[in-house]
Design a binder for this molecule. Structure first.
Ligand SMILES: *[C@@H]1O[C@H](CO)[C@@H](O)[C@H](O)[C@H]1NC(C)=O
Ligand SMILES: *[C@@H]1O[C@H](CO)[C@@H](O)[C@H](O)[C@H]1NC(C)=O
Ligand SMILES: *[C@@H]1O[C@H](CO)[C@@H](O)[C@H](O)[C@H]1NC(C)=O
Length: 413
């Protein structure tokens, strides 16, 4: 049976909207007209049922951001940083649930909160570090991220592509008073609306955003201002339609080799929606310009959660570049994946919760994209990286899985 085209239903909705007036039309004795409305509505309901039976695609599954997992060479130190500089609490072991927890030599986790509400869980895990055919390990890349951030702190450049690995919060989760008191290395755009910091012992940084119509963040001492205030590094960005997010944990950003391929993959596999507003950077990428593609994951309530994919060939990296890093992960996914074990990099993942893992695993199979399915505690986890843009790695968690059998978690040697 052919699925009902959008046209049929769309036309019907149009009829309803422009057709017989319904209740509230101002007719005191509008009994008859409302009868015909009821008929139209029950017909619409029947049509919808028919459409569902006939194979109309069910609504896209929701993907709720739970938090993030990081490879950390020093989990206790990474967590300590969050506890001191953000509104977070230690997450007790019984509330930890992520891939690799039981295999970690060391782990720590925090729950970030904003105004008493849970924002996200952050896991820091240290595991047996996988070595690539060119003898690179995650520790090398942690060093690269740290030194690249250092090049910005030393004012050798305004930004580094390693900084594109970041999550975005609204400023309420940041304890800037504490950051300033400790004279921490920090980046504050001179507009006062964007703040950044490096997460110690990881390949990640963090971004906070301040509502420009409320209190912008500025250091209280001139001495600290001199250390942390930077010119806006967003090469070629158009700021005319900047928006201030309302969701406390509002985005996850990734450096990629091909931003349109990353976006297309998110639209296809995650049922993400493309950005509604105009791209703030020139597209396709122009020489000397950063280029981005954004997509969003619809949520049950409130604003969508955004995924940002960035092509940055403007700024420099120290020690190891992003393409080198992505090559490392491609090497892994092309050589070791059949063993069913994951590598230390895959601990760097964005954790999203969904109703069932089945539709995602099925679609990845159709696209021949390697993935891993594990049983953890009372649920299942599906881990995969975006093909060609392997820095984008997701961990989907769900209580439901029937399409494939889960395996025990194992790390490749
Ligand atoms: C990696 O290390 C091994 C053993 O230390 C060495 O034999 C090999 O040549 C190295 N490979 C590369 C590409 O450097
Ligand atoms: C973690 O980072 C801190 C601060 O940069 C550093 O002093 C420490 O040595 C790192 N830990 C490890 C195990 O490398
Ligand atoms: C990026 O990926 C798209 C497919 O989504 C492809 O058409 C395009 O050629 C790729 N660009 C480059 C520079 O490889």
């Amino acid at each position: 049976m052919a699925p009902l085209g959008l046209g049929g239903l769309g036309g019907l909705l149009l009829n309803l909207a422009s057709g017989t007036p319904c209740a509230g039309d101002g007719h005191a004795g509008g009994h008859n007209s409302c009868d015909s409305c009821d008929n139209d509505i029950s017909f619409l309901q029947a049509e919808l049922r028919f459409a569902t039976r006939a194979g109309r695609a069910p609504p896209a599954p929701l993907l709720k951001p739970i938090g993030r997992s990081f490879f950390s060479e020093d989990p206790a130190n990474s967590a300590k940083w969050w506890l001191r500089y953000s509104s977070s609490e230690q997450l007790p072991p019984e509330k930890m649930m992520t891939v690799g927890l039981d295999q970690s030599s060391e782990s720590a986790a925090v729950m970030v909160k904003s105004k008493g509400e849970e924002v996200e869980k952050l896991y820091f895990l240290n595991v047996n570090d996988w070595k690539s055919p060119s003898n690179l390990t995650m520790k090398d890349f942690v060093q690269a991220a740290k030194l690249s951030w250092g090049s910005v702190m030393k004012r050798e450049q305004l930004y580094s592509p390693w900084t594109d690995f970041h999550d975005g919060h609204i400023v309420e989760t940041l304890r800037f008073d504490q950051v300033e008191m400790d004279m921490q290395p920090f980046q504050l755009y001179e507009t006062g609306v964007v703040q950044r910091a490096y997460i110690p012992n990881t390949t990640w940084t963090m971004e906070w955003r301040t509502d420009p119509d409320s209190d912008r963040v500025f250091p209280s001492s001139a001495e600290y201002a001199e250390l942390v205030m930077f010119k806006n590094p967003d090469k070629c960005r158009n700021h005319w339609n900047d928006e201030f997010p309302e969701r406390a944990y509002w985005k996850s950003t990734f450096p990629v080799l091909n931003a349109s391929a990353a976006k297309e993959f998110a639209l296809d596999v995650l049922h993400a929606k493309p950005l509604e507003k105009e791209n703030p950077y020139p597209w396709p990428r122009q020489p000397g310009c950063i280029a981005v593609q954004w997509a969003s994951l619809p949520q049950a309530a409130g604003e969508p959660f955004q995924l940002h994919f960035v092509e940055d060939f403007v700024y420099d990296t120290v020690l190891h570049s992003i393409p080198e890093f992505l090559q490392y992960q491609q090497d892994f996914l092309q050589t070791d994946v059949s063993k069913g074990c994951i590598n230390s990099f895959m601990l760097n993942n964005l954790i999203l919760e969904t109703e069932s893992l089945d539709p995602f695993a099925r679609r990845l199979d159709e696209l021949s994209v390697p993935y891993f399915v594990f049983a953890i505690e009372d649920r299942y986890a599906l881990l995969f990286s975006f093909p060609g843009n392997e820095g984008v790695t997701l961990q989907l968690q769900s209580p439901h899985l029937s399409y494939v059998a889960p395996r025990p978690v194992e790390f490749c040697k």
